[in-house]
Write a protein that binds this ligand. Sequence first.
Ligand code: GDP
Ligand code: MG
Length: 375
Amino acid sequence: MEALIPVINKLQDVFNTVGADVIQLPQIAVVGTQSSGKSSVLESLVGRDLLPRGTGVVTRRPLILQLVHVDPGDARKNDDGNGGEEWGKFLHTKSQIYTDFEEIRQEIENETERISGNNKGISEEPIHLKIFSPSVVNLTLVDLPGITKVPVGDQPQDIEVQIKDLILKHISNPNCIILAVTAANTDMATSEALKVAREVDPDGRRTLAVVTKLDLMDAGTDAMDVLMGRVIPVKLGLIGVVNRSQLDINNRKSVTDAIRDEHAFLQKKYPSLANRNGTKYLARTLNRLLMHHIRDCLPNLKTRINVLAAQYQSLLSSYGEPVEDQSATLLQLITKFATEYCNTIEGTAKYIETRHSLSCLFFAIVYSFFNLLHT
Ligand code: GDP
Ligand code: MG
């Protein structure tokens, strides 16, 4: 089953490159209010420091992040012959390879500023990034700007509506799994993430809730009821995580340390729920959901491809037969066209033949024009 995902990723690349939104493919998008920890969740899933995170508006363009699992033995060979373990590639920098994740983050920031300016502006044009690594599962993730209410900096007055539209554009795709991120130190009943997810997925068939900041809850409170689904039930489940705090980011705490500390925290605070929460469990759940999703989507996808193929085939045949006799001169083609034209008037030719002749004539004229240019 796992082999299916790289194929889907490749298809997505092709459609993105040709700028067509012809076939909607399964992917996982993160939604939630600004600073709820969306980028942090994605980053811990990737297992590397690569996304710009922080307080205030940080994610200002959608980021389409494809994780590609490579076997350790298949590590990329550098020009100097040294094997690279993990690397990234952006669509906008073509074949350039990034092995330094700090550089990847810098490139995301630069590319964000290039389109969205440097004063908190938001753009709906996505950045495409691929990460190849032996330590990731095959997933396509979309990081989105967070829901805000009040415009800041260069943001227009209707920023709330614009961001919501942008989010809806990505998550209304029925083949998208929604990761609705809510901070544990806010009331689940006020969760904008779940609200926006319900707009496009009222039955909750493709929404998974992630509860961040378990470590930041008020003294005397815990997330037991929330994690058990007693406050708001979510069909696919609620998974609690602990990401790195701003201080951890400033101190450059590694993802590995963060995951170890998260595990210790869960064991201590929620021993009965520890094996059904945390970043590792989230990654496994997501992979499983994606596989099921792709399997469910395949028959539909196949029908759509067949319909499209049939449409283009009939369009192609409406242009007529190709010119088979390459040696035919322009005069011969025009004579053939003229004869068929006369036949049409006399009522002895079929309509389609005239169409064939017309297209022959067109190609012949273009052909002669190029010949003229070359002589
Ligand atoms: P986004 O705007 O939703 O993408 O949020 P970010 O991932 O950029 O995180 C916003 C801030 O919250 C950052 O300073 C993070 O360090 C912090 N943060 C996110 N998740 C957690 C968490 O689980 N615990 C703690 N203590 N801080 C967190
Ligand atoms: Mg973010």
